[in-house]
Design a protein around this ligand. Structure first.
Ligand code: DGI
Ligand code: FE
Ligand code: FE
Ligand code: FE
Length: 187
């Protein structure tokens, strides 16, 4: 599938604002893929589709999590987490993307996972640092991403966890597992 076709498909699923974000993630993911030697085409497609399910009704996402036997713990955590695994499922089913590397990068773009692939890391970070993002700490992560993908990820997850904890929000265990996994592997 080429970029033009993919963008046309996703544009119908999301708001104008989210589409602008998606273009930013796409450009950033391609840059990171070039810098770190990942498959640029996979990075491009994963980025284009990463928020495909963002505006699906909660009830639909909930049914998919139950019926497709996705991680049932998701249901106890914030529904913001759901669009990533549900998105991977729908991008496969509705768009016909079969590449498992791309589907995993979509699936894990919000929580991360243990043993993230290079592509997972690129999509996660591109989502966090694309030019349209302006939250506190993002500039530091942008700088880290130029030289050390893992340090950038640790900082991004750390910022997210601290942000959620300040609001007394629960933290999905995979988010902590990802953080610990990256810290354990620091050399
Ligand atoms: O979809 P985007 O807004 O582009 O970004 P995203 O898919 O990274 O989603 C970010 C949202 O998910 C943000 O509101 C914080 C939330 N989030 C990320 N990790 C966790 C989380 N929420 C909870 N409750 N627990 C987490 O571990
Ligand atoms: Fe997302
Ligand atoms: Fe994210
Ligand atoms: Fe996003």
């Amino acid at each position: 599938m080429d970029r033009k076709e993919a963008l046309k498909i996703v544009k119908e699923q999301i708001t104008e604002h989210r589409y602008e974000h998606t273009l930013g993630v796409m450009e950033t993911a391609i840059q990171l893929a070039k810098r770190y030697g990942a498959d640029e085409k996979k990075a491009e497609l994963a980025a284009i589709f990463h928020d495909y399910a963002k505006f699906r009704p909660k009830e639909e996402m909930k049914s998919i999590i139950i019926e497709q036997k996705l991680d049932q713990r998701l249901l106890s955590f914030h529904s913001e987490l759901w669009h990533a695994p549900v998105g991977a499922y729908l991008v496969q089913k509705e768009v016909g993307v079969g590449d498992l590397d791309i589907l995993d990068a979509i699936r894990y773009h919000t929580s991360g996972r243990i043993d993230m692939t290079l592509l997972d890391k690129i999509v996660y970070l591109a989502d966090y640092i694309e030019p349209g993002r302006h939250f506190p700490g993002v500039e530091e992560v942008r700088e880290l991403a130029k030289t050390n993908l893992d340090m950038a990820l640790i900082k991004a997850i750390s910022n997210t966890v601290q942000f959620l904890m300040k609001k007394n929000q629960p933290i999905y265990p995979d988010t902590f597992d990802t953080y610990n996994d990256l810290v354990f592997q620091l050399k």
